[in-house]
Design a protein around this ligand. Sequence first.
Ligand SMILES: [Zn+2]
Length: 171
Amino acid sequence: MKTEVILVIDMIKGFFQENFPLYGGDKVREIIPYVSEFLRLYSHIPIIYLCDHHAPDDKEFQMLPPHCIEGTEETELIEELRPYPGIIVPKTRFNGLYQTDLEDILRKLKVDTVTIMGICTDISVLFTAAALRERDYTVRVAAQGVASFSSLEIQHFALKQMDTILGVKII
Ligand SMILES: [Zn+2]
């Protein structure tokens, strides 16, 4: 029997609310109804929320403009997902296993299957899926529950890489 979790990546105010510098726009907001409905339908499956979270001088800001500084509203889960409680895991890099508690939590829950949704398909979703596959987890990605700041072409490329190279099941 498989033991499953739903991993929701970066569905936080900094990327989903237009008053913040890295707001992703309508194309990221479009996934909210799908994700909420999925969490409602599968409420028996534990949820882990990976949430971007940086010190003010974090070196990730060599790659992206400053965003989601610890203690600010940007790092908070969006209101629409509040009805679905889960374990909050702060992360600082695109790979959600890097220097986070995620691996420990998965081990403690004896998880073998991780279903990913959230953003960005070509960044944190892709790199976290790769890190999980390297550790032999079964990974599923909900195509309608992920979005990218980039073009649809890049979104499709990332899904294809996960499918054909990483052996991720696209659902
Ligand atoms: Zn970040």
